[in-house]
Design a protein around this ligand. Structure first.
Ligand code: SF4
Length: 481
């Protein structure tokens, strides 16, 4: 009897398949919905982006009673952040808002989408070796993704996806969802790579690899560095080797040196010669010089050849692609390089390499597909929405942020999480991530797609009355330029 009474006092949230029963004053399993006086309310306020809010005045409470009726369609944008979800999506999305943009009646459909099929792509700017391609990436010991490619000065990771969220064990799904959420929220997450490094990843911040904060992203590979700086070295040093895990460059042999008339030096590099002055596999990948495992750059040199130009007194600069490592040598009578103080003019060029490096950052791109059921919250004929998005007629945004929509089937999108308003992401324990999503298109096109035209409301009405899950609002600065 007591049990039944308690149950009766709770009300059911129907915003996701978990269907929590929530007691008055409590929140559901995702912390996003609560029972306030017998009504299910979205705990975060619906977020309106306003171009007129000055930088610095980012957030101000926005209550219906404060509204002076001056919002014009051009200036404000109702985002999906805090909008709530309609699950299952046979019903119209929580807010379908009309406003006038440049004289055109425009509709924005606003929702918080539940993404069971989503992940993040992480770009880590580093020369260091993080792990082999396809190595498993773990958070809290659970597999959450894998290392993909090494591109330019960055290592790419692919995390999440349905295989980890729902295809593995329960802890794997829970930890994956948690790691994705924290990464998308801009928090620091420690990831370990099987057979590789431990990396602390935080969107918009420098990666920390095995406890060392990465400072610089390389200017390019060893060959590119030779191309950029060869003319500055000519006349100041007899040979330059740019040590790099991928392509180590040798100026006297390189095309850039040849064009400048650089004399031969008799240098010989260990490694696989690709084209003149460009060597692959001079050492194993690692945390040392230029992303190799070496601490002594001379270890990549074979004995010098006298008949090809080697002579006592010949000078040699060895440098990495970030300028972080550099050393200067002079050949002794036995043609063995001996360390010597770095001449000022060469130190300046090493400094220039360092200056030309971008600051090393982690970039977190949220990637997800706006699935069929979600689309039916927008229109009764979901495939027409897909086609409209693919043709460019319907613009997709995440919390007002520009997204990249992949060509091909469906609406697969990718967005830089740092361009979205704070607090944009949430989760439900199915497990899945929740992210804001907006579709904006001309109203006549919306009607043509079979849109829920009866559910369209004006911005003013939304501001005044709120929605099914409450009326709290906040206005933040639109991050768009
Ligand atoms: S997990 Fe959140 S959205 Fe899902 S039913 Fe519970 S409170 Fe509602």
């Amino acid at each position: 009897m007591a049990d039944r009474r308690e149950r009766e006092e709770k009300i059911r949230c129907d915003a996701c398949p978990v269907m929590c029963y929530i007691a008055d004053g409590k929140v559901g399993a995702c912390d996003r919905y609560g029972n306030v006086g017998g009504q299910i309310v979205r705990c975060d306020p619906i977020t309106i982006l306003d171009r007129r809010v000055e930088a610095g005045g980012e957030v101000r409470p926005f209550l219906a009673s404060d509204w002076d009726g001056t919002l014009s369609g051009d200036d404000v944008f109702v985002s999906g952040v805090g909008a709530g979800t309609t699950y299952p999506d046979y019903k119209p999305a929580p807010f379908i808002v009309s406003r006038e943009i440049a004289g055109v009646d425009t509709v924005t459909v606003v929702t918080e989408a539940i993404f069971s099929y989503c992940g993040v792509k992480v770009k880590i700017d580093t020369d260091r070796h993080l792990g082999e391609e396809a190595a498993t990436v773990r958070a809290e010991g659970e597999p959450v993704g894998h290392v993909t490619t090494s591109e330019y000065g960055s290592r790419m990771l692919s995390l999440g996806g349905v295989e980890h969220l729902t295809g593995g064990t329960k802890p794997e799904g829970r930890v994956t969802c948690d790691a994705l959420l924290r990464l998308c929220q801009g928090d620091a997450v420690e990831l370990t790579i099987d057979g590789g490094a431990t990396v602390i990843v935080q969107a918009g911040h420098a990666p920390i690899v095995d406890g060392t904060r990465e400072e610089r992203m390389r200017v390019g590979c060893g060959s590119a560095t030779i191309g950029m700086f060869a003319s500055q070295w000519l006349g100041h040093v007899d040979e330059v080797v740019v040590v790099d895990d991928h392509i180590t460059g040798v100026v006297s042999e390189h095309q850039a040196g040849k064009v400048l008339g650089w004399p031969d030096t008799g240098i010989r590099i260990k490694g696989r010669r690709s084209t003149p002055g460009r060597y692959f596999q001079v050492a194993e990948p690692g945390l040392g010089w230029g992303g190799t495992d070496i601490d002594d750059p001379l270890s990549i040199l074979n004995p010098w050849l006298e008949k090809k130009g080697a002579r006592p007194g010949l000078t040699l600069l060895m440098v990495s692609t970030t300028g972080e490592h550099a050393a200067y040598f002079v050949l002794d009578d036995g043609l063995v390089p001996q360390p010597a103080p770095m001449p000022e003019v060469l130190q300046a060029s090493v400094d220039l390499i360092a200056q030309n490096c971008e600051p090393a950052l982690c970039t977190v791109m949220f990637q997800a597909g706006a699935g069929g059921s979600l689309r039916s919250g927008v229109t009764k004929n979901p495939v027409l929405l897909t086609r409209s998005v693919q043709s460019g007629e319907t613009r997709v945004t995440c919390g007002g942020a520009e997204v990249f929509v992949w060509p091909g089937g469906g609406i697969t999108l990718m967005v830089d999480v740092t361009t979205m308003p704070d607090g944009s992401f949430g989760y439900v324990p199915t497990p899945a991530l929740v992210a804001p999503l907006e579709f904006t298109l001309p109203r006549d096109a919306y009607r043509r797609l079979g849109g829920h035209d009866d559910a369209v409301r004006s911005v003013a009405d939304v501001v005044e009355k709120g929605g099914e899950y409450g009326s709290d609002m906040r206005v933040v600065k639109d991050r768009k330029p």
